[in-house]
Design a protein around this ligand. Sequence first.
Ligand SMILES: Cc1ncc(COP(=O)(O)O)c(C=O)c1O
Length: 175
Amino acid sequence: MNNGIVVPYATFLPMEKELGNELRAVFERVLSRSRYIRGEECEAFEQHFAEYCESTYCAGVGNGLDALTLILAAMDLTSGDEVIIPSHTFIATAIAVCRAGLRPVFAEPDIDLYTIEPDRIEAAVTRKTKAIIPVHLYGQACDMDPILVYTAVTEPSARVFRATSPVTESHFAAT
Ligand SMILES: Cc1ncc(COP(=O)(O)O)c(C=O)c1O
């Protein structure tokens, strides 16, 4: 049934109008230097993004899946440890957990926000829970306050989760 409402497919045209010339200039610069992996542009980005996040370090990687996998690998967890993730997310969230030898435990989303429901996180925690990846989705941030409070005082295991700064699409909380 056509009720006259047309939902346009996602388009990058507004971004092209706003940033096109700037991006083309950077692209030309990278091309002329012929340095496609790391290099000055990457280092400049890492420095700026670290400053923006008020972090000491930033490491540029090839894609989001690698970023998530590397973060989990750096946490030095044990095979079979559990990571709580939203059931409604891109598949990369679960793949990263599995790639790191860990076990994804799914928590259902909030019906209005589509992001992970804080109460469902609590229900999913077990003695093996070592991290939570609440994914910000569709330009909407997760309801972080209860998640951060919860991760700071997890009971009854008295496990303390430490929340990091926002990392592009996700906050990360870990033991
Ligand atoms: C929520 C979420 N996590 C991770 C990824 C993976 O990012 P990439 O495609 O850069 O590996 C995506 C990609 O769409 C995503 O939507």
